[in-house]
Design a protein around this ligand. Structure first.
Ligand SMILES: [Zn+2]
Length: 170
């Protein structure tokens, strides 16, 4: 059954019913992400499966889509392909959070409630490129690096050193 992507979920029942969150989430529904996008008309494909894993509630799956980003070099809007794997463990205390950090991504939940859309948004914000560049700019940058090697200046004597020398010899 398609449940859509609710804003928040009740953790215990989600796991007990092995719920699946599968569907499209409008980019407009993620305000912090939308602020960074060139356009917000698109959709995000979400596919998450809840289960119980080693005493914790797990949410695993993928987030995908094409995000319209503005190229930092030419300003053109281009589609950045997002495809990210999610491996969350919903934990209720910081000790479990620390214990799981090596193997997966623990999310601390309070009052049996997870802000699902916010968690999805956080995940995407973390995977966005720091310096968005469209494909043609990426190629230009790869062929001719912007940071050209600095030409070495001809060695000149420090004018103050020269003055010091003069004073000493007087
Ligand atoms: Zn560009």
């Amino acid at each position: 059954m398609a449940l859509g992507i609710p804003a928040r979920i009740r953790v215990s029942s989600t796991a007990a019913q092995a719920e699946r969150f599968h569907g499209d989430l409008p980019l407009k529904a993620l305000p912090r992400l939308a602020e960074l996008l060139a356009e917000t008309g698109g959709m995000l494909a979400v596919s998450l499966q809840a289960s119980s894993l080693q005493g914790h509630v797990a949410l695993q799956g993928t987030l995908g889509g094409v995000l319209p980003l503005a190229c930092k070099r030419c300003g053109k809007t281009y589609g950045w392909p997002l495809q990210t794997e999610v491996d969350w463990r919903l934990v209720v205390d910081e000790a479990s959070e620390r214990a799981l950090m090596q193997d997966c991504e623990p999310l601390l939940v309070e009052n049996d409630e997870l802000q699902l859309r916010e968690a999805i948004e956080d995940e995407i914000l973390l995977s966005l490129p720091m310096l968005p560049r469209c494909e043609s700019c990426e190629n230009v940058v790869a062929v001719q690096p912007e940071a050209a090697p600095v030409e070495e200046e001809p060695r000149r004597e420090n004018p103050f050193a020269a003055l010091k020398k003069q004073l000493k010899s007087d």
